[in-house]
Design a protein around this ligand. Sequence first.
Ligand code: SF4
Length: 307
Amino acid sequence: MTSQVVEGATRPETALPPAHRHPLEPVLRADALPHIWCPGCGIGVALGAFLQGLERAGVPQEKRVIVSGIGCSSRVVYYARTDAYHTTHGRAIPFATGVKLANPSLHVTVFAGDGDLFAIGGNHFIHAARRNMDLLVVCINNFNYGMTGGQSGPTTPHDARTTTTPHGNFEVPFNLPQLAAAVGAVYVARWTTLDVRRLRDCFAEAAGKTGFRFVEVLAPCPVSFGKNNDIGSGLDEMDYYRGLEHVWGSAGGMPAPVERRESGDLSGTEISLHRPIVVGKFLDRPRPTFLDNYADVNAKTRGEKTR
Ligand code: SF4
């Protein structure tokens, strides 16, 4: 199976009068619409926030690259007007690593789902974070394999029902921010698609940093996860988030983060089906990237002065 290249860094001319244009039209591939997502799905909200965030961060459009894997979330590459690659299942991070190393001036984002990034692609995630590869990794977490029928995956909450765990999930899920922090990410955040402005600002901030940055987006999948767990429609799932979410460090009994933010101790941010969901920016700690360290070793080898 080969990767599919989606080219398109140029902003289109449009014949539509201003009142009829989509506000994101210059960065959205309007000719690819309608999209494939189900009514109430949260992926489009996340994509909108991401595109707005890159605009705010001032990342030049010709420098943007998005790499995705396989699944509903990975279809974003068809709708963003950037150079983009729809790669194979679980292999978005190694592909993106190659893009970044071939042309370090590019701003490379991996945009994929929880199953893709943390089941088949889990090993790539931990090693790219360990190396501090300069990538922004966005995980749309809807707690199941939506595209293939709602099977359980590595982030399905314990006790949640899926098509393969109809009596409740007997596995314990990954806590994605905790995992990212433990293996070396420099920036870690989690928001839901309810927090659309915070999400936009988070993408803008993350896009302006270097190193392995990880943003988890909790997004409704009403046709699978929502239906199987009696949550209801996409709107109902947003209401479910509204009832459960707490911002990290805010009032409400969540862990005080100040002294823990640097250490990467994110205990207490695990997700259960009906327990509070902690969202926020968890970690922001710069450290040398893979390419920084590589340049240092090369300079030392040549007897040059290093950082
Ligand atoms: Fe979205 Fe779920 Fe439908 Fe996929 S199956 S498009 S994740 S609602």
